[in-house]
Design a protein around this ligand. Structure first.
Ligand code: SF4
Ligand code: MSK
Length: 657
């Protein structure tokens, strides 16, 4: 058949109510359809996921292949080199861990570079905003603080934390924060990270053709690398950002597209590293630029965040947030965005095309992340405002020349965000005796059944926000306190769960605790690198006592119900290696009924670590997590306490009589 006689394949049209529960995004998808604009939702409907890749049953690690195995008969054949399904899957999985860990640790390294330059006085636009945190972080890794200047402490802290990346032997500095029994288990299995660069390099080497060909041994190095992310790169990113920009504390913030203002110059920052966003905060308040905006006919300049840098700035400074990962194209469809400024990670290449349709400047700023067709204005830590001032000027120009109708969904959800692990301490223990004791006590007495981390992305392969919201609903209804980060936090914020009033959606025990303390039943603690705050909270719970002696003993579980990125796999693996039962949704990149699958979903737990779980349905996911929490409560002898606390008054009276 010649080219012009080939039938043109008609594109599948999405049913908008099937792809998102976010009303603002749905409204913009309607407009996108009218405007002839395509988004990732349309592309997902027209791009069937490759079934072999989805099962991780293929290998292209050398030119004797690529080799495809059969997921329905996983042991029916092997690759040309003889690699089995277990080796192939373990290697593919390991490379996802390596890439995800590299993303977080490189982000942490950039924060550390900035810290070094601030401490040695070469950068003056930023300073140490939270000296208390500087002292606490230094003390936690045995740096002397008594009677020393902040600069001396900061210098020592820099040198020490640099080892997180460059050390070739020994243990990374934050291993000192790991509960003793958890650390012993890691030592026993040889998975304490030495330095992130070494772990990532070794993992890439071991997954090269013809090197490590035992899935259990590959998994060990995957764990070691993932731990160098969670307790290394990610933790450094969080701690240094807090020292430089301030540790979050509760703040009331507007989330959803309603935070855009038709009569103002709207600038969106989307990405992950906080330094450019911090500088943008300065630029939008620069009197000459505010005046320029007014001269252009605007009432002011409105700075808004998206995705994870948005989640971080929302927690730290109360900057409004327009939406999560699957809303970044939709927000441009409002035609109200006068500039979208991006740095690294989770930035869809298609943003360039959507932005072009509305005449919105899409500006890349990071030397590590250019996008073809975008305008690049390089951000430099040594002169940050040179970039961010220029972005503001471009945005003002676009405002002045706005063409076409603006349509902003009138939806905004005010909630309380900004719960760092330190603040949870004070909130529950009081400002003079900050402590996790009340949290542990409430878990021990059964009012709180356990703790869950619900985190991660949104993904057009499942209905946006639906799995996050339904899972969290089920968990809190069953008295499980939920900690959140990243795009999941934004999903729940949009669903109205970030108000103290949402406590009525919780079970009776959790509700009582929330009402006493005045907190929402879900606590948002920042961006995806801030998952390290959950690790710190877990360590504190172990340290305070009464809930076992390792993280694996805690009545706790984690989930990434709508994950999509390799970073999520690294996060999942560091939670599992730290001792947490971690459930993923959407799809799991491994064939069931294989030895490698069995190892991740069961074998690791037998070694004293955590384990993986998988479910697509939020209710199944909740059941699995609650069953795990109950199993841990039983092992700690706490199952009876919960029965008592949930008894009716009548039952209790009967018992007392
Ligand atoms: Fe095939 Fe083995 Fe080469 Fe992979 S490493 S592509 S399984 S021959
Ligand atoms: S931004 S990694 S979509 S949480 Fe961190 Fe959101 Fe997932 Fe990116």
């Amino acid at each position: 058949m010649s080219d012009d006689t080939k039938p043109v394949k008609k594109k599948k049209e999405i049913n908008i109510s099937d792809v998102t529960t976010c009303r603002a995004t749905a409204q913009m998808l309607e407009k996108a359809r009218r405007d002839g604009v395509e988004t990732a939702f349309d592309r997902a409907a027209n791009m069937k996921a490759c079934p072999i890749g989805a099962d991780s049953a293929c290998c292209k690690h050398c030119a004797m292949g690529p080799c495809r195995l059969n997921a329905n008969d996983p042991y029916g054949k092997v690759g040309v080199c003889g690699a089995t399904i277990d080796t192939i899957q373990a290697r593919n999985f390991a490379r996802m861990v390596a890439s995800g860990a590299a993303a977080h640790t490189d982000h942490g390294m950039a924060m550390l570079d900035l810290f070094r330059e601030v401490v040695n006085g070469r950068i003056t636009d930023y300073g140490i905003k939270d000296p208390h945190k500087l002292h606490e972080v230094a003390k936690s890794i045995d740096i002397e603080t008594e009677g020393r200047s902040d600069v001396d402490i900061a210098n020592d802290l820099y040198k020490e934390l640099e080892r997180t990346y460059t050390q070739v032997d020994g243990e990374i500095p934050f291993a000192k924060r790991v509960p003793e029994k958890t650390l012993e288990t890691w030592r026993k299995h040889g998975i304490v990270p030495r330095g992130a660069m070494r772990e990532i390099m070794e993992l890439m080497h071991r997954t090269h053709m013809g090197v490590d060909q035992h899935y259990e041994n590959i998994t060990k190095q995957s764990s070691r690398t993932a731990l160098s992310d969670g307790w290394g790169g990610s933790m450094v990113a969080t701690e240094i950002s807090d020292i430089l920009y301030g540790t979050p504390s509760p703040v009331s913030v507007d989330v959803n597209m309603g935070c855009l203002k038709e009569d103002q110059v709207n600038i969106i920052v989307h990405g992950h590293e906080p330094n450019m966003f911090e500088s943008m905060l300065e630029s939008v308040n620069e009197p000459s630029l505010v005046q320029a905006a007014k001269d252009a006919g605007a009432k002011g300049i409105n700075l808004v965040g998206m995705c994870c840098s948005g989640a971080e700035m929302l927690s730290r400074h109360g900057v409004p947030h327009a939406g999560n990962f699957m809303s970044t194209e939709a927000v441009l469809v409002t035609n109200a965005v006068d500039a979208m400024c991006v740095d690294i990670q989770c930035i869809k290449q298609a943003l360039v095309k959507v932005a072009e349709c509305y005449g919105t400047p899409l500006i890349t700023t990071n030397p590590r992340a250019h996008i073809e067709g975008a305008t690049h204005i390089e951000f430099k830590d040594h002169e940050p405002k040179a970039c961010t001032d220029e972005v503001v000027i471009k945005a003002i120009t676009r405002f002045k020349n706005r063409k076409g109708d603006v349509e902003i969904p009138r939806i905004s959800n005010i909630g309380i965000h900004g719960f760092s692990h330190e603040y949870i301490n004070y909130m529950l223990g009081g400002s003079f005796r900050g402590s996790y004791t009340p949290l542990n006590d409430n878990i021990i007495n059964g009012r709180i059944r356990g703790v869950a981390g619900v985190v991660g992305c949104t993904n057009p392969r499942v209905k946006q926000d639906y799995v996050h919201v339904e899972l969290v609903k089920e968990l809190i209804k069953n008295d499980v306190l939920v900690l959140q980060t990243g795009c999941s936090q934004i999903a729940l914020a949009k669903a109205g769960f970030y108000t103290p009033e949402a406590a009525h959606l919780a079970g009776p025990g959790l509700q009582e605790v929330c009402e006493t303390v005045g907190m929402p039943p879900v606590l948002g603690i920042g961006s995806c690198v801030d998952n390290s705050r959950i690790l710190m909270a877990a360590s504190e719970m172990v340290r305070v006592g009464g809930l076992g002696s390792s993280i694996a003993d805690l009545p706790a579980a984690g989930a990434a119900p709508e994950w999509m990125s390799e970073k999520a796999i690294s996060i999942g693996q560091y939670f599992v290696a730290s001792g947490v039962f971690t459930v993923f949704g959407v799809t799991y990149p491994i064939v069931e009924n294989t030895k490698f699958h069995q190892h991740l979903f069961d074998g690791l737990e037998k070694q004293g670590l955590g384990k993986w779980g998988f479910a697509v349905d939020p209710y199944d996911m909740a059941k699995m997590m609650i069953a795990h929490i109950d199993k841990k409560r039983k092992a700690l002898g706490l199952d009876k306490a919960r029965e008592r606390v949930l008894m009716s008054m009548e039952d209790r009276m009967k018992l007392e009589a």
